[in-house]
Design a protein around this ligand. Structure first.
Ligand SMILES: C[S@@+](CC[C@H](N)C(=O)[O-])C[C@H]1O[C@@H](n2cnc3c(N)ncnc32)[C@H](O)[C@@H]1O
Length: 298
């Protein structure tokens, strides 16, 4: 438990996928004057350094966000709006240019809050919660941003429904323990009962584990039962450890290559935005013939 540190993974392909969607959902919520509440059940440490030891050791940002930006001249046309909006948020955290600071989900969300909006952050890791709390304190945001050293699955229901009945629940566990998959489904099920009109964004890794395989089906079934629209986007950047492995050969430890996001009650514009952005993500971060995306809705 708690061996996962997001500092090794900040700015990787999965962050590009989930955070560009997070930006789009936040921007859509801000189109109406009435305030909203964003809840991040697994917040992480806050802002990360892409030139720090952890990021350099893993090299994940290099084949994620940094590849996306490095290769953008390969695009035949302009970059998709979803990616441009995401880049604008990142620029705010890098006022001197370049991409050295990477805002995790709490700071992406915080940056897009208006005065009337609220942010609730849960984090369990003893070191990451300290970093998160210190960085949030420095914002002097007062009661607008609440940081809790609590289990995000257990804590979520107490904020649902939010007072204005408008909001977003961002669920991004590390899936270190298999039970996380089941807990995501329970959290969304309780969430939809208490706050059926909320937008739920769930990230998950696409790995050879039955629980990971069935998670999208469970979540889209919940959406169907609640009669709510959903969207499912996946992004793969290359051949994985198991591809092409013959009997008797060992798996190469080459990290996560594929992940997905399910959005329940997505902004009506998100599908079209992803139709433009996902092929560009594949073109700019894809490394071989197995790179690709899927986009479905219901
Ligand atoms: C994938 S990381 C989060 C990254 C962050 N959402 C972002 O996008 O920048 C998952 C985080 O959840 C934390 N965590 C694990 N179990 C938790 C739980 N039950 N409740 C809250 N946080 C938890 C881990 O310590 C880790 O920092």
């Amino acid at each position: 438990m708690f061996s996962y540190r997001h500092s090794f993974h900040a700015g990787n392909h999965a962050d590009v996928l989930k955070h560009s969607i997070l930006v789009a959902v936040m921007k859509h919520l801000a189109l109406k004057e009435v305030g909203f509440t964003a809840i991040d059940t697994h917040a992480g440490a806050g802002v990360y350094r892409l030139d720090g030891n952890d990021a350099r050791q893993s090299g994940e940002a290099q084949e994620g966000l940094l590849a996306l930006m490095r290769n953008k001249s390969k695009l035949a046309g302009p970059m998709a709006d979803l990616l441009l909006d995401y880049r604008r948020v990142l620029d705010h955290f890098n006022p001197s240019g370049g991409l050295l600071n990477y805002p995790g989900s709490p700071f992406i969300a915080q940056h897009l809050l208006r005065e009337q909006d609220k942010l609730k952050l849960f984090e369990m890791h003893p070191t990451d919660i300290r970093s998160l709390q210190t960085q949030v304190d420095a914002l002097k945001a007062g009661r607008q941003v609440m940081v809790m050293h609590e289990d995000g699955f257990n804590g979520l229901p107490k904020f649902l429904p939010p007072p204005t009945r408008r909001g977003l629940v961002f669920i991004d566990p590390s899936y270190e323990i298999k039970l996380d998959y089941e807990r995501v489904v329970v959290a969304v099920s309780i969430g939809l009962k208490r706050f059926a009109t909320g937008t739920y964004v769930v990230w998950y890794p696409i790995i050879p584990r039955p629980q990971a395989h069935s998670l999208p089906r469970h979540l889209t079934n919940l959406a169907r039962q609640a009669d709510k629209p959903w969207l499912h986007a996946t992004l793969r950047i290359r051949t994985g450890a198991r591809d092409g492995v013959k009997a008797g050969e060992s798996l190469k430890p080459i990290g996560l290559v594929d992940s997905g996001v399910i959005v329940i009650n997505p902004p009506f514009t998100l599908y079209e935005q992803l139709q433009q952005a996902l092929p560009q993500m594949v073109q700019l971060m894809g490394q071989d013939h197995l790179a690709g995306f899927q986009l479905t809705q219901g």
